[in-house]
Ligand binder design. Structure first.
Ligand SMILES: [Zn+2]
Length: 252
């Protein structure tokens, strides 16, 4: 707990994502983090994003959390201990149980900001029978530009179970594509935006919601017609595409 380590950028991002009209989170849902050296500053358990203050964040080291994820003998109790940063006013101050997701990102690549939310329309799609394949193919070019190649992770209980599955899925994605995704879709749960900038984390979160709405609408109108591999095959090789994507989604 070092409130002075909580940057103005992280605070602003957290509050922006927590604004009710964006419908990304309610109550104490969601969490954000910023990488600071070998540690992450991550939102504490049970606090609201909308009204976040520096006291609502905890600083935790990445390596011990990742070691827990890689240790098959580690338990949820080990995790709870690792996430407890100390006490404030007689109660334990604990990093969010979803901090493992934030730590796992930094185990595969340096990433300044990670934002995890539960947008209603995205959760609707991710709670549907087509969740695993819903985002497999882009359906309009702007989502391809901002979201890149999203990663889907099936449902797992938040905590050590989700952390392990999230890390394993992320490692496969990076091995396959040579870079981390900008968006991770969590089955029956929510979304995770990865970006080097606050603007990128916001853009990815908003575009994920729009993409979910477009798919839900297309289904209601008779079915989703994806762009198809022919239309999108060479986008990722185009320098102008990579440059715009880097700027808008904060990929570097
Ligand atoms: Zn969540």
């Amino acid at each position: 707990m070092s409130p002075w380590q909580v940057s103005a950028d992280l605070l602003a991002l957290t509050r922006w994502l927590g604004e009710p009209e964006r419908d990304l989170v309610i109550l104490s849902e969601g969490n954000t983090s910023e990488q600071v050296g070998d540690a992450i500053v991550v939102k504490a358990s049970g606090s609201s994003m909308r009204t976040a203050t520096p006291d609502d964040f905890v600083t935790v080291d990445v390596d011990p959390l990742v070691a827990l994820l890689r240790d098959p003998a580690a338990t949820q109790d080990d995790l709870t201990r690792a996430l407890t940063a100390g006490e404030a006013e007689g109660r334990p101050v604990r990093a969010s149980v979803e901090s493992l997701v934030h730590a796992a990102v930094r185990a595969v690549a340096p990433m300044r900001f990670v934002a995890h939310t539960h947008p209603t329309d995205a959760v609707a799609l991710l709670a549907s029978r087509q969740a695993a394949t819903a985002f497999a193919e882009p359906v309009y070019t702007d989502e391809l530009l901002i979201l890149g190649r999203p990663l889907f992770v099936p449902y797992a209980q938040p905590g050590i179970e989700l952390g392990r599955l999230f890390l394993a899925s992320l490692e496969i994605h990076v091995a396959e594509h040579g870079e981390p995704p900008s968006l991770v879709l969590l089955g029956n749960h929510g979304i995770v935006a990865l970006s080097q900038t606050t603007e990128g984390a916001e853009a990815v979160s908003l575009m994920a919601v729009k993409s979910a709405r477009v798919r839900l609408g297309a289904r209601a109108a008779g079915g989703v017609a994806p762009l198809g591999a022919d239309a999108t095959a060479h986008y990722f090789e185009r320098p102008d595409f990579a440059e715009r994507r880097a700027h808008l989604a904060g990929t570097e």
